[in-house]
Design a protein. Structure first.
Lengths: 312, 100
């Protein structure tokens, strides 16, 4: 390049060249720009095409995703609906099962009452009559000077049979429960228990009035006590059993605690006794639980809300 | 334009700068070939330079865009840019230069 000023023609020619450059770029006829150090390819059409294509692809992808999502949402909705229906069905059948189970317990009690009635009216009465007759005969025989020993033995045997039948009747359905109410029945239960298992000291604490115990929980309350006390005698090796029945806030709480050997609730197969304690409590609107630790005794608790008992 | 262009008997010396096999460069080569065939025949010398291989030559000739057609002689140098698809414009540019 010279230092001389360019001529008018040179300037004009450069201007023309610049115009041709601009036109080539404008009409998109350029491949590359040759820079100071390297070459830059200009693939404008391709770039535009690629851009348009990727935009289209993106739109398609978005559409696909959207429709996939809405399908998934639909599927979920259907599943939720199905689950709701299943849960509803399950709840209904659970309710039916519970109702049926409680009906069973009621029916069992009714049946027991009926059997006790039958026993009382037929066997017990005729046994009592027989015993009376035997005693009479023994008296007559004695007056005739014969040896009445065998007759006396017979009377004793009959007396024992009568006692045994009464015991069975009381086990089936203690008449005292129907005749004198829950508190008398509980007292009787403890008394009988103390007589039968003299090696276990029964400590009883009843801090509730008979009329405060709703009718609906009288039978389960008594049966749970009976079952828990029998378990203590059968398995616990306890020397003391503690029975308490009290009001606690808005609940009636029954506790039977022993100082026996206890057991590991995880390892002990749930016997009919243990599960029936909880079941009886739940079916009558309450709750039941059992706690036991090896070497530290066992505690059975059952509680009922007072108002539920009243409603039932 | 099919007649032999006015070159006053001198051979037209041209340099076409292209960028590899890029489409516009290809198009420019094709178009230039056709123009030379039909308008200048043997009175035309064409040198094709790939800027990827002749980078320095391009810079020396002040070629900053491809494709670019440089008329070396006769007369003043002139550069035309683009794929040379408009034959009229190409000839006009070359002839205008030739007229001067």
């Amino acid at each position: 390049m010279s230092d001389e000023k360019p001529t008018y023609e040179e300037l004009q020619s450069r201007l023309d060249e610049a115009e041709r450059v601009i036109e080539a770029i404008r009409s998109d006829q350029v491949d590359a720009v040759v820079g100071g150090k390297s070459i830059y390819l200009l693939r404008l059409k391709e770039m535009e095409e690629a851009l348009r294509k990727s935009k289209d692809e993106l739109e398609i992808r978005v559409q696909e995703r959207t429709s996939e999502l809405s399908e998934a949402v639909e599927r979920l909705k259907t599943e939720i609906e199905l689950r709701k229906q299943l849960e509803e069905t399950l709840r209904e059948s659970e309710t039916r099962v519970r109702f049926f189970a409680s009906q069973c317990l009621t029916a069992q009690e009714t049946e027991r009452k009926r059997i006790v009635g039958e026993l009382h009216d037929s066997i017990a009465s005729s046994l009592a009559a027989m015993k009376f007759r035997v005693v009479m005969i023994a008296e007559e025989t004695k007056q005739r000077g014969d040896n009445p020993e065998s007759m006396k033995d017979l009377a004793t045997a009959l007396g024992e049979t009568i006692t045994e039948v009464r015991r069975i009747m009381d086990d089936l359905r203690p008449s005292i429960l129907d005749d004198l109410g829950i508190l008398a029945a509980m007292n009787s239960l403890c008394r009988e228990y103390q007589n039968t298992y003299s090696h276990i000291l029964v400590e009883k604490r009843i801090e509730i009035e008979g009329h405060e115990v709703p009718d609906a929980i009288i039978t389960p309350l008594f049966r749970i006590s009976q079952e828990a006390m029998n378990n203590v005698a059968k398995h616990s090796m306890a020397s003391v059993v503690n029975l308490s029945l009290q009001k606690e806030g808005e609940s009636i709480l029954l506790t039977i605690r022993d100082n026996g050997q206890g057991f590991d609730p995880e390892k002990v197969k749930k016997g009919i006794g243990l599960s029936s304690i909880r079941e009886r409590a739940e079916l009558s609107g309450g709750e039941g639980e059992l706690q036991s630790t090896m070497g530290k005794g066992t505690t059975v608790r059952a509680w009922w809300p007072i108002q539920v008992g009243n409603v039932a | 334009m099919n007649s032999e262009a006015e070159t006053k008997g001198e051979t037209l010396v041209l340099r076409l700068f292209v960028a590899g096999n890029e489409p516009h460069s290809q198009m420019a080569m094709k178009n230039l070939n056709e123009i030379c065939e039909s308008c200048f025949k043997e009175h035309c010398e064409v040198e094709i330079l790939d800027v990827f291989k002749s980078f320095d030559v391009a810079l020396e000739n002040r070629i900053y865009l491809t494709p670019a057609l440089l008329k070396v002689s006769p007369g003043p140098r002139i550069t035309i840019f683009g794929d040379l698809c408009d034959r009229g414009k190409v000839l006009a540019a070359l002839e205008i230069a030739g007229d001067e």
